[in-house]
Design a protein around this ligand. Structure first.
Ligand code: G6P
Length: 369
């Protein structure tokens, strides 16, 4: 069994370590030599159809939903198209407005999630064009969509998704750049820089995997607690949701992801002496604001673990513990910043003696609505 796990104790740890490979495979053959074009053969939307789009809607569940939240910012910033994101189980029941020229993106690792399939069928019936981002060739989602962008994560066995999530982020970067190219919303120089930075992500992910020891120290601290918070703004808020889900799924510690600026409107009441707050602060533009939120919780006794970009000396003075992640374009940061958060959930669950690969009550793929 250990052989199947490439020498790792669990499938989850193996899959966390496979991420640099998964990033490379998801990019392979899709970026031109001159860093000007993104080729997505399964995406049949013609450039004029991309230019004609009026809106994008995304549907997904669980971790794929969290990838879609990042995808929303990526697509909006690169193409200036308005994007809405729905939980697939909610989409149908809110009577979504599907006008002409609506692109619906269904995100699903397995391609078999019942809620996601139902949402995409509803969208298709209403006249939307449906694009699938999925990891499984021949899956129902892949077969029923008009366009498909496969993630090349390889089979994911652990129930808690890791490499599928990050491969979905890579897919969104490629799709965003592909659409921006058709819409001419990006300066070619910036486009080339972004593609070059995208290609550096696998090596940066390898660096982050090398810092597991620092994450283990944080696991030792949080394992003694029964509830904690993740806070962040913008992309860090979307990342906080994924970090919180990961921790809940396998460690069974209750955690909440909060938009850092919203804490003061209620949840701040739950902060007591020693409450762990994991503050994600990887977005330079929002740094100052997040730092003031960190001070706000520290003043109430919180123990703050920050996730910050390398070279952020300010954070070392503000937080109790800092985990550093490498610098890249702000849009790309989540693909490296999530790795320590996956490791944190992992080590905490191991310390608690839980079955990491098969958490209680959960299934890898949910085929009932
Ligand atoms: C289940 C899994 C999650 C996953 C979700 C969506 O709940 O436990 O890890 O994110 O389904 O799965 P999908 O295959 O559609 O991405």
């Amino acid at each position: 069994v250990r052989a199947e796990k490439d020498g790792f104790d669990t499938f989850m740890l193996k899959e966390i370590h496979e991420q640099p490979r998964a990033y490379r495979d998801t990019m392979r053959g899709r970026i031109s030599e001159a860093k000007q074009d993104v080729f997505l053969p399964g995406v049949k939307l013609a450039p004029e159809q991309i230019r004609g789009l009026k809106q994008v809607q995304m549907v997904a569940c669980g971790t794929a939903y969290h990838a879609a939240l990042i995808g929303k910012t990526v697509i909006e910033q690169l193409t200036r198209l308005p994007v809405e994101v729905d939980l697939a189980s909610e989409y149908r029941y809110r009577m979504p407005i599907v006008r002409e020229h609506t692109l619906v993106i269904a995100v699903s690792q397995s391609g078999e999630t019942a809620d996601t399939l139902a949402a995409m069928r509803e969208a298709k019936q209403a006249g939307a064009r449906v694009l699938a981002i999925t990891n499984v060739i021949g899956s129902s989602v892949a077969r029923e969509a008009d366009d498909v962008l496969f993630t090349m994560a390889g089979p994911e066995i652990a129930v808690a998704s890791t490499k599928a999530y990050t491969s979905q982020l890579i897919a969104f970067y490629l799709l965003g750049l592909h659409m921006a190219q058709a819409k001419r919303t990006l300066d070619p120089v910036l486009q080339a820089e972004l593609l070059a930075m995208l290609e550096r992500l696998p090596a940066q992910a390898e660096d982050v995997l090398g810092q597991a020891a620092s994450v283990r120290q944080v696991a030792d601290i949080i394992t003694k607690h029964e509830h904690l918070f993740f806070i962040g703004r913008g992309l860090d808020y979307s990342l906080a949701m994924e970090a919180s889900l990961k921790l809940k799924e396998i460690s069974y510690i209750h955690s909440e992801a909060y938009a850092a600026g919203e804490l003061k409107h209620g949840s701040l009441a739950l902060i007591e002496e020693g409450t762990p707050v994991i503050a994600l602060a990887t977005q330079d533009r929002l740094l100052e604001k997040t730092i003031s939120n960190i001070k706000e919780v520290k003043a109430r006794g919180a123990y703050v673990i920050a996730l910050a970009l390398e070279g952020n000396t300010e954070m070392a003075k503000t937080a109790d513990h800092v985990i550093y992640v490498p610098r890249t374009f702000s849009l790309l940061v989540p693909a490296v910043a999530v790795i320590p958060l996956q490791l944190l959930a992992y080590y905490t669950a191991v310390l608690r003696g839980n079955d990491v690969d098969k958490p209680r009550n959960l299934a890898k793929s949910v085929t009932v609505e």
